[in-house]
Design a protein around this ligand. Structure first.
Ligand code: ZN
Length: 332
């Protein structure tokens, strides 16, 4: 064996290049384990207010242009079907006590937060519970699902990655029976992407809210500049609103610029976690200073017509790592 390897070394590669090859191979393997392939169909943000991203993750985000979470691949060594021992669905009614939140209630009953949000979709606000209010809590984590035309137990189980046996047991469905369209069943262990998106955008703090209400005067992308009549790429959206309308921070962050900014006139720029930045142009008044930390929804200025502008409006720009992105895709 030794002879074979040394023969291989001297004949094909030579001593030095063999070592180099090993070095490169180890480097390649390390980089693969460090930057696992992008997960499919997942869109979960990994962003926390004020928490700086770890260096490798930031590098990964920059390299792939993705904000998806790197996930470890699942390594199954086999599988077997076991009869489910999950208890049938039961819904508890919980009366809110002082100081309780949906998080604490979910925790108390041993289900995940998404479950409680999903079971109480009719709630107006999930942030401010009223004492005495009734909250529904299922005895398993999961979501409710309304059966659609063409659905089968297997297709639903596949789509939501739910164990068929669990699904049958929890819903008291006999194996082989058919689902009725419109029937509501519970999918144990499933998480609704709609619920997740709602939570992430509106409640956990990663969403951008509209900086003001108004008419969209100009969208994002190529257009003819209303003043110069030249074709240009409009790196934001123009929201027309009466002079003096209050403009709020679309998301919490640090003010990195407040002042006159060329054609944008009186402008505020806010840096947010995750490499995001928002820009508010053509203001008439500015109420913040560079260096200030502002909360989402805080008034930062008023609509004006400063800089190159044809009438009172807000130019709102959204940037990810310095690259302009379409705000319509992110505003809630
Ligand atoms: Zn504009």
């Amino acid at each position: 064996m030794e002879r074979v390897i040394s023969g291989f070394k001297s004949i094909i590669l030579g001593e030095v290049s063999f070592n180099v090859a090993i070095f490169l191979l180890v480097g390649l393997l390390l980089s693969i384990s460090f930057f696992p392939p992008m997960p499919e169909g997942s869109w979960l943000w990994e962003e926390r207010e004020e928490a700086p991203l770890s260096k490798p993750y930031k590098a990964w985000v920059l390299r792939t242009g993705s904000t998806l979470l790197p996930q470890q691949p699942v390594e199954a060594i086999g599988e077997e079907t076991v009869k489910s021992n999950m208890a049938p669905l039961k819904i508890m009614y919980h009366k809110v006590r002082p100081g309780e939140t949906l998080w604490s209630i979910a925790h108390k009953y041993g289900v995940d937060f998404y479950t409680v949000v999903d079971a109480n979709k009719d709630l107006k606000s999930i942030n401010n519970l009223k004492v005495g209010q009734i909250i529904k809590v299922p005895n398993h984590s999961g979501i409710f699902y309304k059966v659609k035309k063409g659905d089968t137990i297997n297709s639903i189980a596949n789509k939501y990655r739910v164990d068929v046996e669990d699904l049958l047991a929890v819903n008291n469905i006999k194996s082989g029976s058919e689902l009725k369209v419109g029937e509501v069943i519970f999918l144990p262990g499933a998480t609704s992407s709609v619920v997740k998106r709602l939570l992430l955008s509106n409640y956990i703090g990663n969403g951008f809210i509209w900086p003001l209400k108004g008419r969209i005067a100009s969208g994002f992308g190529w257009r003819i500049n209303p003043i110069s009549r030249r074709r240009e790429f409009h790196e934001g959206i123009d929201i027309a609103a009466p002079w003096g309308t209050r403009v709020v921070a679309a998301r919490s962050g640090r003010v990195i610029f407040a002042g006159w900014y060329g054609g944008f006139g009186k402008t505020v720029k806010i840096l947010h976690s995750g490499g995001w930045m928002t820009l508010y142009g053509h203001l008439s008044r500015i109420y913040v200073r560079a260096g200030w930390y502002v909360k989402r929804g805080r008034v930062i200025g008023k609509v004006g017509n400063s800089g190159y502008s044809t009438g009172p409006h807000l130019h709102f720009g959204l940037y990810k790592y310095g690259r302009a992105v379409n705000p319509f895709r992110y505003l809630r």
